[in-house]
Design a protein around this ligand. Structure first.
Ligand SMILES: Cc1ncc(C[n+]2csc(CCOP(=O)(O)OP(=O)(O)O)c2C)c(N)n1
Length: 373
């Protein structure tokens, strides 16, 4: 089901015109806060089937967040970093690249992980403290979380240099926050990727806060404008509009894949929850601000759109039932997670078996078994 037939170049024309404007541009929107298609949305067309699929992903991601936070409060997880409010930015972007494109996340991209079919158990493992990280990056093509701000952008750029050497048709997508954008690593990565024209798509979720530091106290030039200074194409999108995020990211990814060099997408969004389960955002921001952003809730917006184009109640009832079943799975998988064999660290050090690792693993196991005996 397609609302209108998209003229092939409508979005490209708008995006290209924005590239010629060095000033800050308003974030691109296809669906407004009331769930109505914008003029551009009508012009480029909105794929209702895709909207429905992304809405379902976002509902499940939000449910993972609320269950995981509850599990943390019950002592089942040590820490949880919420993605509440950022579901559109994450789902819209990950669905805009190919499943074979490598992703280097920060630490809040649970919706991205779910879309790449990483099990809730594997997403929670690290936060339960039973493992260093939870999934096999070779399988999901999602690298492990980076808790040291911004390092993942350099890992992505190095990986992209490898992609180039292999002559592979891959885009490397890396996520980072507005706070991380102030780190040297991110600036080095942008410069290196641009100078070497590497296939990296930098995706910044500007959620307005770096813990208690607001974006406007740590930058004078918006990131999508700053990108040009590195020789990187910058895009600005409403990060709470899943369809706009998808369209802009897909366009940017296509350009990167064509070999024109790296791109940066700044998605304007908001972290509706605290920074983590240890944070109390009421200490540094106002209820008013929270209310203003609640009115832009990405999940509510997409539901309004879907209802507006005639998606029926039965669909939403089915989705609610699916989310309840998913929540039960999340709780069950979390409680079933126990400490892992620490020797597994030696299996993950190199891509292929390595004699030094084999030797160190054997020594570790022998020492551990002696201690246990
Ligand atoms: C190099 C480094 N410095 C400081 C920190 C502490 N720290 C953890 S999260 C955070 C804020 C990050 O904000 P942002 O990049 O906007 O991402 P968000 O958490 O909002 O998703 C800080 C300062 C860290 N993890 N790594």
């Amino acid at each position: 089901m397609t609302l209108t037939v998209p003229p092939p170049t409508a979005l490209a024309t708008v995006l290209e015109a924005r590239q010629d404007d060095p000033r800050a541009t308003p974030p691109l929107q296809l669906i407004d806060e009331a769930g109505e298609p914008t003029a551009l949305g009508v012009q480029v067309g909105i794929d209702v089937d895709l909207a429905q699929e992304m809405h379902a992903d976002m509902v499940l991601a939000r449910r993972l967040d609320s269950e995981a936070l509850a599990l943390q409060r019950q002592g089942e997880l040590h820490l949880w970093l919420m993605s509440w409010g950022q579901e559109a930015a994450q789902v819209g972007s990950v669905r805009a690249v190919r499943d074979t494109d490598m992703i280097f996340p920060s630490y809040r991209e649970h919706a991205v992980a779910l879309c790449r079919r990483i099990a809730p158990a594997d997403i929670m493992r690290q936060w339960r403290g039973v493992s260093h990280s939870g999934w096999d990056p070779a399988e999901s093509k999602v690298h492990i979380n980076s808790l040291v701000l911004g390092t993942q952008t350099l890992h992505a750029t190095g990986y992209a240099a490898g992609v180039r050497m292999d002559g592979a048709d891959e885009v490397v997508l890396t996520y980072f926050g507005d706070g991380a954008a102030s780190q040297g690593d991110v600036n080095e990565a942008l410069n290196w990727a641009a100078a070497s024209s590497l296939p990296v798509l930098f995706f910044c979720q500007n959620n307005q806060w770096a813990i208690s530091t607001p974006t406007d106290t740590q930058m004078r030039t918006p990131l999508h404008v700053r990108a040009a200074g590195f020789g990187v194409t910058g895009y600005h999108v409403d990060g709470n509009d899943a369809m706009a995020v998808h369209a802009v990211t897909r366009y940017a990814a296509e350009q990167v894949r064509r070999g024109v060099g790296p791109a940066l997408v700044e998605a304007r969004t908001y972290r509706l929850a605290g920074h983590s389960s240890s944070d109390d955002p009421q200490r540094y921001r106002t209820d008013d601000e929270q209310q203003q952003w609640l009115a832009k809730d990405p999940v509510v917006r997409l539901e309004r759109f879907l209802r507006g184009v005639g998606v029926e109640e039965a669909h939403f009832a089915d989705l609610a039932a699916r989310a309840d079943a998913f929540a039960a799975t999340v709780r069950e998988q979390c409680r079933a997670l126990h400490g892992e064999d620490l020797a597994s660290v030696f299996d993950q050090t190199y891509a292929e078996p390595h004699p030094v690792m084999a030797e160190e693993r054997a020594a570790f196991v022998a020492r551990r078994d002696r201690a246990v005996a």
